[in-house]
Design a protein around this ligand. Structure first.
Ligand code: A2P
Length: 352
């Protein structure tokens, strides 16, 4: 009989955690048992896995006794505290936070792009940042066929990237705005929890995701630059592909959009060639039919595991340069699904 796994979901009550439960239920992973972990705040909450009623438990180091696989999305500091404890007890962890992403012995993996990196794990595998995942999903087939020289990306990121509380905040502010009330006082989380100032997102745009650093970039922009290099080139500081990013939070609840400008080594590539390789790449869906106004939109991407790509067109002023528009559900391919998919690959590759 094939092995069955005892799985723990850390952060099970969050926007990503709830989707991890659902993605695990739909996955090919043979599950023996599921343990749902969160903080003391939600201990005792009842949630369903398939038809089973499960009670959420407060997380302690001993919660990981007997656990084979941990899927975690409870924030970086929680991962730092508990995942080493889980590894000590023999578990393999796929972590959706940024806690370990840049550690040299931690693979940073999008399974369609760099699955071989999983073989180098020492108990922890990091799930990349949501905006990075959908960008490398769209660009990897292009890199493989035509070579990539440069990426310039501007993101249009959904509120849910900052958790369930940010979605609730956006809804509250939107209602206040429509009721003609002051929405400033509803802004308590965005742009970034714990930062000095908070601004409303409803009917607004916030060019800050995560903290602003002395370099002038936000930490989200830093992540897009260095995670892309680590995933595609196995070197977070490689100069072989130049990457720069501007990250903006937009008043959309779920699914990020990205305007991606890129240049390729093979300047004979046409927009049709780019469309062909993207259409053939597993997990990518080409939605590019301008005659019929077909292009990716967040409201259509919500709930899907796929990455949608469209508006692919050449920069007529520069050879070998293109623009495109990429949309994906940040909570699924950008988080819960990519985490569970990494776990599926670990199982298939015999790495747990
Ligand atoms: P809780 O519901 O008990 O607060 P989101 O990203 O949507 O904000 O969700 C964060 C998730 O991380 C929630 O499941 C939350 O649980 C969990 N979490 C937050 N702090 C801790 C902690 N100290 N220990 C364990 N889980 C935590």
């Amino acid at each position: 009989m094939s092995k069955e796994y005892n799985v723990a979901i850390l952060g099970a009550t969050g926007a990503v955690g709830r989707r991890m439960i659902d993605q695990l239920a739909k996955s090919t992973i043979p599950v023996k048992s599921v343990k749902l972990l969160a903080s003391s705040r939600s201990a005792g909450t009842h949630l369903k896995f398939r038809n089973q009623d499960l009670v959420v438990e407060e997380t302690t180091p001993d919660s990981f006794d007997g656990v084979d696989l941990v899927l975690s999305s409870a924030g970086g500091s929680v991962s730092k505290k508990f995942l080493p404890e889980a590894v000590k007890r023999g578990a393999v962890c796929v972590d959706n936070t940024s806690a370990f992403r840049m550690d040299e012995d931690v693979p940073l993996v999008v399974p369609e792009v760099n699955p071989e990196a999983l073989k180098n794990h020492h108990g922890i595998i990091a799930n990349p940042n949501c905006s990075t995942i959908q960008m490398v999903m769209a660009l990897e087939p292009v890199r493989r066929k035509f070579g990539l020289k440069q990426i310039i990306v501007s993101t249009y990121q959904a509120a849910s990237g900052a958790g369930q509380a940010a979605i609730d905040e956006l809804k509250k502010e939107s209602q206040a705005y429509l009721d003609g009330k002051n929405m400033q006082e509803d802004a308590k989380i965005l742009p970034t929890k714990g930062d000095k100032k908070h601004y409303p997102l409803a009917f607004n745009l916030l060019p800050q995701i995560d903290v602003l650093e002395d370099s002038g970039y936000s930490h989200e922009e830093w992540k897009m630059i260095h995670e892309t290099k680590k995933i595609m080139l196995n070197d977070m500081n490689s100069k072989d592909i130049k990457v720069t990013a501007t990250c903006v939070r937009v008043p959309v609840p779920i699914a990020h959009g990205e305007s991606v400008y890129f240049t390729v080594e093979d300047e004979s590539a046409t927009a049709e060639d780019i469309m062909d390789v993207i259409a053939d790449f597993p997990g990518d869906v080409l939605q590019d039919d301008i005659k019929n106004q077909i292009y990716p939109q967040p409201i259509n991407a919500e709930g899907s595991r796929d990455t949608f790509v469209g508006r692919i067109r050449p920069d007529y002023e520069n050879k070998g340069a293109f623009n495109m528009w990429v949309v994906s559900d940040n909570l699924l391919k950008g988080a819960a699904w990519n985490t569970v998919e990494n776990a599926e690959y670990l199982v298939k590759m015999g790495l747990i």
